[in-house]
Design a protein. Structure first.
Length: 83
């Protein structure tokens, strides 16, 4: 019986180890709200320094506006979640 108990304990340890490692393997790249705020700042600085060609301005501006709208929506939701 002691062998069975050891085998079962070994299996439990293997399952625990596999379960503990699984989330690490399944995690994808994270992108946080702080990352998006940093991107917004990067676009601000780059546009002030003239980093974009005139034919790129419209695409950059549209993307910046979408990012700004998204960040504003997230900012409005955060106080609601805390309540």
């Amino acid at each position: 019986m002691s062998e069975d108990t050891n085998v079962e304990a070994g299996n439990a340890e293997m399952k625990t180890t596999a379960t503990a490692e699984a989330p690490e393997q399944q995690q994808g790249p994270d992108l946080t709200v702080q990352d998006l705020q940093a991107l917004k700042s990067i676009i601000d600085v780059a546009s002030q320094r003239g980093a974009f060609k005139p034919n790129e301005m419209m695409t950059v501006g549209q993307t910046y506006n979408k990012l700004e709208t998204f960040l504003a929506a997230v900012a409005q939701q955060q106080p609601a979640q805390g309540a």
